[in-house]
Design a protein around this ligand. Structure first.
Ligand SMILES: CC(C)(COP(=O)(O)OP(=O)(O)OC[C@H]1O[C@@H](n2cnc3c(N)ncnc32)[C@H](O)[C@@H]1OP(=O)(O)O)[C@@H](O)C(=O)NCCC(=O)NCCS
Length: 128
């Protein structure tokens, strides 16, 4: 699912499935926790997040491709907010601006715009 998420959000990450599995194991043995969402016994998605003193950073949210736009992502965020996360902490997420569906999703479920990360990539030519 992490591999599909990377493809679907258009991320630059090119790790293979075994490499992603290793990375996920490291995250989960460290500061990250995951929730796996099921519907009638079928795994329909997952969330990966890190809780800090004043903030909960949602690193990944994924809904399987054939179950999208059925409000499962919205429901997943509702479950996290009502049953898993404390209500006292700031909630954050990063989203690629090149992933407009996800930007629309996060805004629809209550996140508001806060920070825009800008970059100059090392291989890019100088602006004229
Ligand atoms: C982003 C993602 C988690 C959304 O899950 P979903 O179950 O398809 O979304 P929902 O059906 O719960 O949509 C909730 C709201 O988000 C918005 N939304 C969802 N998909 C949208 C789309 N393709 N275009 C515009 N708005 C969209 C709508 O406002 C929707 O409102 P509604 O409930 O009134 O219809 C899912 O599409 C996904 O896994 N995408 C690939 C991975 C990814 O990009 N993850 C996010 C970055 S970490």
């Amino acid at each position: 699912m992490n591999h599909q998420l990377i493809q679907d959000e258009g991320h630059r990450n090119r790790l293979t499935v075994p490499e992603l599995e290793r990375r996920m194991r490291e995250w989960l043995s460290g500061e990250y926790r995951a929730a796996v969402f099921e519907d009638n016994g079928e795994v329909v998605g997952y969330a990966l997040f890190r809780e800090q003193t004043e903030e909960i950073y949602l690193r990944q949210l994924f809904v399987v491709r054939h179950r999208r736009s059925q409000r499962l992502g919205r429901r997943a965020v509702q479950i996290l907010r009502s049953q898993v996360w404390p209500t006292t902490k700031r909630l954050t997420v990063d989203v690629l601006v090149s992933n407009p569906r996800a930007v629309a999703f996060w805004r629809a479920v209550g996140y508001t715009d806060y920070c825009l990360t800008l970059e100059i990539r090392p291989d890019s030519s100088t602006c004229t």
